[in-house]
Design a protein around this ligand. Structure first.
Ligand code: RTP
Ligand code: MG
Length: 141
């Protein structure tokens, strides 16, 4: 396995629930390192651009409304197989279908307010990291 980087977003519902630390602890507990992090309020334009791949989907407006409804905690996570590892830790998109013990099973409310985002492939991870952390500095430790 190779060391990868992936983009994680702790979405407004989980930030509002005050569980940033509990979610980060799961990433760290699985061997992922936080390589960058920031708490930000997304603009509509940023949320629309970030989820542009879903622009034609019926849920797009609800998704953007939700992503700008409060601050989000955005991280770059680094580690062996980080992209798939993060997706495993997150669980299925719909929390009702998410496996027990996953972040979405434990913290998500609904398919819209589903606690976390994670990049789904190396190509999307690279684009998403560059979108939120242009000129990223990564510190060895
Ligand atoms: P994400 O991109 O946020 O990590 O989630 P994902 O890969 O598991 O799911 P994706 O298919 O990329 O969808 C992005 C977000 O759109 C919302 N969604 N709503 N109502 C619906 O049928 C529906 N489908 C997707 C979810 O909030 C999902 O996280
Ligand atoms: Mg996705």
């Amino acid at each position: 396995m190779t060391v990868e980087r992936t983009l994680s977003i702790i979405k407004p519902d989980a930030v509002a629930k005050n569980v940033i630390g509990q979610i980060v602890a799961r990433f760290e507990g699985a061997g992922l390192k936080v390589a960058a992090a920031k708490l930000v309020q997304l603009s509509r334009a940023e949320a629309e651009q970030f989820y542009a791949v879903h622009a034609a989907r019926p849920f797009f407006k609800d998704l953007v409304d939700f992503m700008v409804s409060g601050p989000v905690f955005i991280q770059v996570l680094e580690g062996e197989g980080a992209i798939a590892k993060n997706r495993d830790l997150m669980g299925a998109t719909d929390p009702k279908k998410a496996a027990a013990g996953t972040i979405r099973a434990d913290f998500a409310e609904s398919i819209d307010a589903n606690a976390v985002h994670g990049s789904d492939a190396p190509e999307t991870a690279a684009v998403e990291i560059a979108f939120f952390f242009p000129g990223l500095n990564v510190y060895s430790r």
